[in-house]
Design a protein around this ligand. Structure first.
Ligand code: GDP
Ligand code: MG
Length: 193
């Protein structure tokens, strides 16, 4: 068992409602303002925050979901105030099971910076980490500048899973976590982890 895949060893009788089989560490990365904090909040609290709240440090969120009846606790690490791809430290990536790499479909530069983010993932992440590409703010139809096809193409070229989301309407928010956690579970079954 590798260190970034924490199997729960606590006795479930003490944790009747919160019992889980695994903890997966997720990190949310991508440029400032793409909607990382909002995606996290929508997933953990089913809530959308319309103003930009730049928090300092790292914010955590957790939620347990079932994948094929196995309870998996997702521990989400949201960077705040250090979204320059050069300033996220190596320790942030440690023990990460899944990276959600987010861009904003209404801001071209956030898509153009994906190469830099991937480069850092390769340098500082572990090679088994699942990376999912997320084109957020797809509710802003009139402001869209990055097409779905461009996102798909980038994902295919780099071996990433891809989905477009809206943290505002909650479109595909549940789905990105279920899809990535299922991918990890399949890798566990296949003995990759
Ligand atoms: P972060 O810097 O990546 O954490 O970005 P935030 O989550 O703080 O979001 C930045 C801004 O974009 C905020 O004003 C949010 O309300 C807005 N926002 C985030 N996600 C969406 C979305 O899916 N649709 C729309 N319309 N606005 C969003
Ligand atoms: Mg944030």
């Amino acid at each position: 068992m590798l260190p970034y895949l924490h199997k729960n060893s606590q006795k479930s009788k003490h944790l009747k409602r919160k019992s889980y089989a695994y903890i997966f560490k997720y990190i949310l990365i991508g440029d400032t303002g793409v909607g990382k904090s909002c995606l996290q909040l929508q997933f953990t609290d089913h809530h959308f925050q319309p103003f930009h709240d730049v928090t300092i440090g790292v914010e955590f969120g957790t939620r347990t979901i079932n994948i094929e009846k196995i309870p998996i606790k997702l521990q989400l690490w949201d960077t705040a105030g250090q979204e320059n791809f050069r300033s996220i430290t190596r320790s942030y990536y440690r023990d990460t099971t899944c990276a959600l790499l987010v861009y904003d479909v209404t801001r071209r530069e956030t898509f153009d910076h994906l190469d830099n983010w991937l480069k850092q993932i390769l340098e500082d992440g572990n090679e088994k980490m699942v990376v999912m590409l997320i084109g957020n703010k797809c509710d802003l139809i009139d402001n869209r500048v990055v097409t779905t096809e461009e996102g798909e193409q980038f994902a295919r070229a780099n071996g990433l899973i891809f989905m477009e989301t809206s943290a505002k309407t909650a479109k595909n928010v549940e789905e990105i976590f279920v899809k990535s956690a299922s991918t990890i579970c399949n890798k566990i079954k296949d003995g990759v982890f």
